[in-house]
Design a protein around this ligand. Structure first.
Ligand code: HEM
Length: 166
């Protein structure tokens, strides 16, 4: 069950977030259409730019101090992956979508022993999806609409995204 849920919703959201990001950054959409092989680094950038898993929760197993904050064993800690993905000390111009970004150590698949077990599959799916969209749907346009996200802080999930394809 975990594999089915973890592997389905995530990829759907990757597509939605990616299509939206490309529509808001027409220069990058044009770049991808001119060279669909850019989808390889592009999927990493889309994962970084608008992570579908925005946050993870952890339970501290021991007392520790982080950045001047005392955390006690047993306390819940929320890690905002999306903030780490926009950390200016790690990423050059973090607010810019750059499909050719080379050094991209994003946190969108988590970290450590629970690192996403499906990351290789998700990367391959993402690359094929964005490559194919660029090749086969060059006229795709996101329709003017009100965007509604599901009300959860953890998953960045659009309820729907309507596009026009000619
Ligand atoms: C864009 C696609 C995906 C994203 C962004 C994503 C993200 C994540 C993240 C952030 C975690 C870490 C959870 C944690 O540490 O608590 C995770 C774990 C996991 N993911 Fe993914 N995932 C994606 C696709 C997939 C796919 C396609 C599969 C399987 C077919 C999958 C299976 C899993 C499983 C089984 C875990 C749990 C690993 C463990 O606890 O050891 N994921 N994923």
């Amino acid at each position: 069950m975990s594999l089915v849920v973890a592997g389905h919703e995530t990829t759907s959201n990757l597509i939605l977030n990616g299509v939206l990001a490309l529509s808001r950054n027409p220069d990058q959409w044009e770049r991808l259409k001119a060279d669909p092989s850019l989808a390889k680094t592009g999927v990493e950038e889309i994962l970084r730019y608008d992570a579908m898993a925005q946050a993870l929760a952890r339970l501290a197993t021991e007392d520790f101090v982080y950045n001047g904050h005392q955390i006690r064993a047993g306390e819940k800690v929320t890690l905002i992956l999306a903030a780490g993905n926009h950390d200016p000390s790690v990423f050059e111009q973090p607010e810019q979508l750059n499909l050719a970004r080379e050094n991209n150590p994003h946190l969108s698949f988590g970290h450590g022993i629970h690192y996403c077990a499906g990351s290789a599959l998700a990367r391959m799916e993402g690359r094929i999806i964005f490559e194919t969209i660029a090749r086969r749907l060059p006229n795709m346009q996101v329709i003017e609409q009100e965007l509604t996200y599901n009300p959860t802080m953890v998953v960045r999930e659009l309820k729907q995204l309507m596009v026009r394809v000619q």
